[in-house]
Ligand binder design. Structure first.
Ligand code: UDP
Ligand code: MG
Length: 140
């Protein structure tokens, strides 16, 4: 058993469309514990820094605008193989490609407005959790 932590974000469309409750249920039903949570409205500087790895992509400006269009729910999920498990529960980036029963298949409106973020590796998870959460206060 490899207990891990990963960062999840319920994106503005997920919050706006009232899907927080079901998304949390999906995580908990899959054995992922909510280790930390915070509802925030990101600034452009925060969203831009968080998505720095995508800065050279044409979609970057649109992505930052979208992620700052309304509140998001920041989550730290904890459990066995949490990084991969969360990615499975999310489904593919493009909802048209997402497997049946995944969060994105159920709720995503488009490749951009796709309801949830999830760290893509253990290294990304460590960086992304540290970006938003203080170990000392939020993850005890
Ligand atoms: N994105 C987009 N258009 C694309 C690819 C990505 O709008 O063609 C957005 C989308 O919101 C996605 C985010 O950029 O979730 C980060 O892209 P990534 O390739 O990391 O996908 P993810 O890891 O979220 O599945
Ligand atoms: Mg990604």
């Amino acid at each position: 058993m490899a207990t891990e932590r990963t960062l999840s974000i319920v994106k503005p469309d997920g919050v706006q469309n009232g899907h927080i409750g079901h998304v949390l249920t999906v995580f908990e039903a899959a054995g992922l514990r909510i280790a930390a949570a915070r509802l925030v409205h990101l600034t452009s500087a925060q969203a831009g820094a968080f998505y720095q790895e995508h800065a050279a992509r044409p979609v970057y400006g649109e992505l930052v605008d979208y992620m700052t269009s309304g509140p998001v729910l920041l989550l730290v999920l904890e459990g066995d193989q949490a990084v991969a498990r969360n990615r499975e529960l999310m489904g593919a980036t493009d909802p048209a490609q997402a497997a049946d029963g995944t969060i994105r298949k159920l709720y995503a409106e488009s490749k951009g407005r796709n309801t949830v973020h999830g760290s893509d590796s253990a290294a990304s998870a460590a960086r992304e959790i540290a970006f938003f959460f203080s170990q000392a206060f939020d993850l005890t």
